[in-house]
Design a protein around this ligand. Structure first.
Ligand code: SF4
Length: 317
């Protein structure tokens, strides 16, 4: 259907982390600021709540710090290269040029977030850093087997989107790339540095894309024609062409999710939901499932009968 001038089918032969504060460090620390109830929903935080309500609380309300991870940081560097490569004229967008951008983008990120230096603090010879950079370069190079940036002129890159639904729920997030065809059709593209999930686990990534599609639909009045996930880890591209019914279903799901979040915020009742993913959770020391105790809940809670009480010691249950 020809977005920009991409070759037909480019990438269809072909590929996890996130932007909007992906994974480690996403929540940051409150830094003394008063805790506030959640005000908006992003795909990452919606996924957090679906995975484990207590994890959502730790990230959004308590804003507990998280350790940076090599994988998430590598994803940030790769995303930066794939974004900035389009600053160059089309003919200069080569695999060799993109690979060469990786060390510089790592240095830029490190300058913005000096705490990332701890990732390689125990690597005096720089061997682990070199291997990590080489992995990032390989991911960047693989992208060229999936898409051809010389034939693409994105309408937007790293696009911040935010909208308010009729219910008052605000949705927001960052879209890696938006392509617009001469005919006006919109394609939303997301890069994943992990491997493509098995079909039974694909719904999570697609949920994120439908979330973005809903926001774009509400903002621009056009249902995106195609959602495209580019999995650099396994060299695959997955696409989905949404319809209005899909996006209305996502809207209903988000409204139900927001109602559940609102209720948990008011009552302070954030349940842990242990899964295999707990192995990746930075907050086990605070999680009752692992013998921990959550911090004192920092928001007022609504006692039975509707009266509010000040910050109570209500934990996760
Ligand atoms: S360890 Fe598991 S159950 Fe506990 S907060 Fe983290 S994700 Fe939730």
């Amino acid at each position: 259907m020809g977005w920009s001038t991409e070759q037909d089918g480019a990438g269809t032969q072909g590929v996890q982390d996130a932007q909007e504060g992906s994974g480690a460090g996403a929540a940051g620390e409150r830094g003394g600021e008063p805790a506030r109830p959640p005000a908006a929903l992003s795909p990452s935080r919606a996924s957090d709540f679906m995975q484990c309500p207590l994890l959502y609380r730790f990230r959004v309300i308590d804003r507990l710090p998280e350790k940076p991870s090599p994988a998430a940081t590598r994803g940030t560097v790769v995303h930066a290269v794939l974004e900035r490569l389009f600053d160059a004229p089309a003919a200069a967008r080569t695999a060799a040029g993109a690979r060469a951008m990786v060390p510089g983008e790592w240095e830029r990120l490190l300058a913005k977030r000096p705490e990332l230096a701890e990732l390689f603090a125990d690597d005096p010879e720089g061997e682990r850093l070199a291997a990590w950079l080489a992995e990032a370069e390989a991911l960047v190079e693989r992208w060229f087997s999936l898409e051809d940036p010389q034939r693409l002129e994105p309408a937007d890159r790293e696009l911040y989107v935010e909208t308010e639904l009729a219910s008052g729920l605000r949705l927001r997030g960052f879209i890696d790339r938006v392509d617009v065809a001469p005919t006006g059709e919109v394609r939303i593209v997301d890069y994943k540095t992990g491997k493509a999930p098995r079909p039974e686990f694909a719904e999570g990534a697609l949920f994120q894309m439908k979330f973005y599609a809903l926001v774009v639909w509400r903002l621009r009045g056009v249902v995106p024609r195609r959602l495209q996930l580019v999995y650099l880890g396994s060299g695959e591209v997955r696409t989905y062409d949404p319809g209005e019914a899909d996006l209305l279903a996502v809207e209903r799901k988000l409204l139900a999710l927001w109602e559940a979040i609102r209720l948990a915020t008011e009552t302070g009742d954030w349940r842990p939901r242990p899964t295999k993913l707990c192995g990746w959770c930075d907050h086990r020391a605070h999680c009752p499932e692992f013998g921990g105790t959550p911090p004192v809940y920092p928001l007022p809670v609504r006692a039975a009968g509707g009266a509010s009480a000040g910050g109570s010691g209500v934990g996760s249950r």
